[in-house]
Design a protein around this ligand. Structure first.
Ligand SMILES: [Zn+2]
Length: 351
């Protein structure tokens, strides 16, 4: 599924296009998109590319490529070593510099399990919590385990659909999807959880190679150790999953603290937000929309808990529909996993 403008097939073509694109970039700064066989690389500043998967291989999360004078720093590595290798292949289309440094936005499997693809000598920087999670029992983290079940059930569902469909076009379509998900499930067998080699708790700044890269921890949000990766000169921030265009997965989150953490993010001078999933965000005001949701969710669930409702009941009754305009919340209710976790935190079962 090579999409769009430049689905160059041969390496030579790709090199031609990459040279051509970098010339173009001088005149038309921060506008270019390069489509490789597996990725869409959006040039968001000179030498900075926002990488999103285009569907040939399952990547699940976004990544950021930051070129320095002598080397390349990337933020996040996708979901499997195979997806990480595809990212590396895509990087090779825009630069032949070595990838020396990986920054983990957080510990989740879909952002960090591609790391081994970038070789042994890699410097991996992450929050202390990310280190603790990836050296703890990452294989049995509930979020990772539920993803394995989800992919298995996707394969089972497609196998079932295939056995019930007779139309040849439809069969071909389902078979393609099935092959895609089977490839992903197979790719999981190669996973080796790879922790940071260097950690921080609050802030770190990298100055090497003509580029300032700031790593900020503003507090707990999507996990206990989310980093915002900030390029002050470019006014760009990569937020991992602490700030998406909408509501993030809350299964490892700290909903009651999330809005405060996003307040820290608002303290940065930013013109562009690059989230861990979904497209770039130019409307910086979205931070306030998302912040308001977590604040209201906290208040609403607290109110229902105080009335004596169970987590299940609170999850069904919570009314957050005032966020329909900004976040598309049309249905009554809130995510049960998130609500249960809020209860557990309030009840002192989770620290
Ligand atoms: Zn995540």
């Amino acid at each position: 599924m090579g999409k769009g403008l430049f689905s160059a097939k041969s390496i030579q073509n790709q090199l031609f296009w990459s040279t051509f694109m970098s010339v173009l970039a001088v005149v038309s700064y921060a506008q270019e998109v390069i489509n490789t066989n597996t990725h869409r690389l959006e040039q968001v500043a000179d030498g900075v590319y926002f990488a999103t998967g285009t569907g040939d291989i399952y990547t699940m999360s976004n990544a950021l490529i930051i070129e320095r004078d002598e080397d390349i720093v990337i933020v996040d590595s996708h979901i499997t070593p195979a997806a990480g290798r595809a990212l590396l292949d895509s990087i090779r289309i825009v630069s032949d510099k070595p990838v020396t440094t990986m920054i983990n936005s957080h510990f989740h499997y879909d952002h960090s399990n591609g790391t081994p693809a970038f070789g042994e000598g890699l410097e991996i920087i992450g929050h202390q919590v990310t280190y603790d999670k990836l050296t703890g029992d990452p294989e049995n983290e509930h979020t990772y385990q539920s993803s394995l079940r989800r992919f298995d059930s996707t394969v089972a569902r497609l196998e079932n659909e295939l056995s019930n469909v007779t139309d040849s076009d439809e069969r071909r379509q389902i078979q393609n999807q099935l092959d895609y998900w089977k490839r992903h499930v197979e790719a999981q067998s190669e996973i080796v959880f790879t922790p940071p080699t260097q950690t921080l708790r609050d802030k770190m700044t990298l100055y090497r190679g003509g580029r300032e890269i700031q790593l900020h921890y503003f507090g707990r949000a999507h996990t206990g150790g989310d980093l915002a990766i900030y390029l002050p000169d470019e006014k760009i921030v990569f937020t991992g999953d602490m700030m998406l265009g909408g509501i993030s997965y809350m299964g490892d989150g700290y909903v009651t603290e999330w809005a405060d953490t996003l307040q820290g993010l608002k303290g940065l001078d930013i013109e562009l937000i690059l989230p861990g999933h979904g497209p770039r965000i130019t409307d910086i005001e979205r931070i306030s929309f998302v912040q308001a949701y977590y604040t209201d969710l906290t208040e609403e669930i607290r109110r229902l808990k105080d009335l004596g409702y169970s987590a299940e009941e609170a999850s069904a009754r919570a009314d957050l529909r005032q966020h329909e305009q900004t976040l598309g919340v049309r249905q009554l209710g809130a995510n049960l996993e998130a609500v249960q976790r809020m209860y557990d935190i309030w009840d002192g079962l989770i620290q």
